[in-house]
Write a protein that binds this ligand. Structure first.
Ligand code: FAD
Ligand code: NAD
Length: 460
């Protein structure tokens, strides 16, 4: 039986990053992945392909209308969907190959097959490389899967999840999206930009639960102008294919006829087929593996990270945990600051957030001051033709320490990095306001929001 220091199950951003960091720290590391390509949900069917389609569909939208606002007239614009999909596939393939290269460079043993934990220190591999391997420590990084919805009959074609919505061979005439969360909005925007009628059905009375309410409401209005139809407060009771069409049923409503359905009501941890019950590994009632602050499960020597454990289901959160867990195993300091993990929705405009929302501060009774500044008053945003949205900064009313930053606007996903660093370093709004920001940049809106915390924004 081959002996390793660490066997990682799953090669997503949590697992492959943990494997690399552990190898850098001198461990003999193996990684078991059931798919042929490395990179997990994120690289294969998540973050990367969705962003490739978001960028491409946005260019198409610009070319078919908005470029003329810049005095650039283009004629005869045509959508080449097969090429757009092929470009996305090439980006995915090159990044997955990149992870293979990183594994070779770091001398990580790769096993292809389904990993199952037989006991602490022993993992069985099923598939082409069937065998048993042993390890001082085992790390579960098996990620998540799309959550099903009672009555919705996913056929992997006309009624599907995000994975199918990344590969539709033609633009649907009418796409119904169930769930106004991150996936529903990002992929709904892609297909709306390419010409589909998109109807988003959401159970709650708002979109993007968990994000800043004020900005989410503002964003909804913008998405509506872009052609997305929202039907909030809708309880979907079923969806099925009938005579080549899809029928979606909602409580108290007429059935909706459409070409395709995207089910996006959240994701569940992928922890069912790993042998955890036989070992009595503690899990929450939704299946997330419970871990301590060193990411150790209830069984010594078995660790877990990423989407398989509680917390935001984000690639960079999984990566942070992968690094921290590997460093902990090497006897180093093991810590992730969950207050400084940003979240980004890559729509147009983007929505980004780090730290606490106003709602959370109110609920916790924490006194805060708020500074808000619109992109409308920023020179660079005007030059870009992207003036919607604002930066909102929340700072402690007494100490001025930054508690949360929420951005709706152009490149919000890049701008939020400054706020995440500020929170990580315990910065005050005064620190950001006193730091020089190049002119003319979108980042000046972050600085002005910091000034606005103290009621002294300059350019408004
Ligand atoms: P995963 O990436 O899910 O990887 C788990 C791996 O384990 C998979 O490769 C799986 O095949 C393998 N595996 C599972 N069970 C076994 C087993 N028994 N044996 C062997 N291998 C196994 N997050 C962001 O931060 N930004 C984004 O823009 C973003 N966009 C997304 C878009 C979509 C459409 C989706 C679906 C998700 C997106 N996410 C995004 C979320 C992100 O993909 C996940 O949070 C992230 O991939 C979690 O990483 P992970 O390593 O925990 O698990
Ligand atoms: P989500 O949790 O973001 O949104 C699900 C939405 O579905 C919610 O608004 C919820 O109220 C709604 N919903 C639940 N049940 C419903 C029902 N019966 N009828 C109608 N609506 C219902 O989940 P998601 O969009 O599926 O994304 C899953 C995960 O993937 C998220 O946790 C997210 O972190 C991750 N992700 C991240 C990114 C990113 O970082 N840009 C992109 C895509 C996915």
């Amino acid at each position: 039986m081959t002996q390793h220091d660490l066997v990682v199950i799953g090669a997503g951003p949590g697992g492959y990053v943990a494997a690399i960091r552990a190898a850098q720290l001198g461990m003999n590391v193996a990684c078991i992945e059931k798919e042929n390509a490395l990179g997990g949900t994120c690289l294969r069917v998540g973050c990367i392909p969705s962003k490739a389609l978001l960028e491409a569909s946005e260019l198409y939208r610009m070319a078919t209308g908005h470029l003329s606002e810049f005095g650039v007239n283009v004629e005869g614009v045509k959508l080449d969907l097969p090429k757009m999909l092929q470009r996305k596939d090439q980006i995915v393939a090159s990044l997955c190959k990149g992870v293979e290269g990183l594994f070779r460079k770091n001398k990580i043993t790769r096993y292809t097959g389904h990993g199952r934990i037989l006991a602490a220190g022993r993992v069985g591999i099923e598939g082409p490389q069937a065998q048993e391997v042993s390890a001082k420590n085992i790390l579960i990084a098996t990620g998540s899967i799309s959550a099903p919805l009672k009555g919705v009959e996913v056929d992997g074609n006309l009624i599907g999840t995000s994975t199918e919505a990344l590969t539709y061979p033609e633009v649907p005439k009418h796409l119904v999206v169930i769930g106004a969360g991150v996936i529903g909005l990002e992929l709904g925007c892609v297909w709306a930009r390419l010409g589909a009628k998109v109807t988003v059905l959401e159970y709650l009375n708002r979109i993007l639960p968990g994000m800043d309410t004020e900005l989410a409401t503002e964003a909804q209005k913008t998405f509506q102008k872009q052609g997305l139809e929202f039907r909030l407060g809708m309880r979907v009771t079923g969806a099925r294919v009938k005579d080549g069409r899809c029928v979606v049923e909602c409580e108290g409503q007429e059935p909706i006829d459409c070409d395709r359905v995207l089910l996006a009501v959240g994701r569940l941890p992928n922890t069912d087929d790993l042998g955890l019950d036989a070992l009595n590994v503690a899990r929450t009632n939704r299946g997330f593996i419970q871990v301590d602050r060193h990411f150790q499960t209830s069984i010594p020597g078995i660790f877990a990270i990423g989407d398989a454990i509680p917390g935001p289901m984000l690639a960079h959160k999984a990566e942070e945990e992968g690094v921290a867990c590997a460093e902990g195993l090497a006897g180093k300091y093991c810590h992730v600051n969950y207050d400084a993990i940003p979240g980004v929705v890559y729509t147009d405009p983007e929505i980004a957030s780090v730290g606490k929302t106003e709602e959370q501060l109110k609920d916790a009774g924490i006194p805060y001051r708020k500074g808000s500044f619109p992109f409308m008053a920023n020179g660079r945003a005007k030059a870009l033709g992207q003036t919607e949205g604002r930066v909102k900064m929340l700072a402690h009313a007494e100490t001025d320490r930054i508690l949360g930053v929420h951005i709706l606007g152009p490149r919000a996903g890049d701008l939020i990095a400054e706020a995440a660093v500020a929170i990580e370093f315990g910065a005050s709004s005064e620190d950001i306001a006193r730091s020089s920001h190049a002119h003319p940049t979108l980042a000046e809106v972050v600085k002005e929001a910091a000034f606005a915390v103290d009621g002294r924004a300059i350019h408004i």
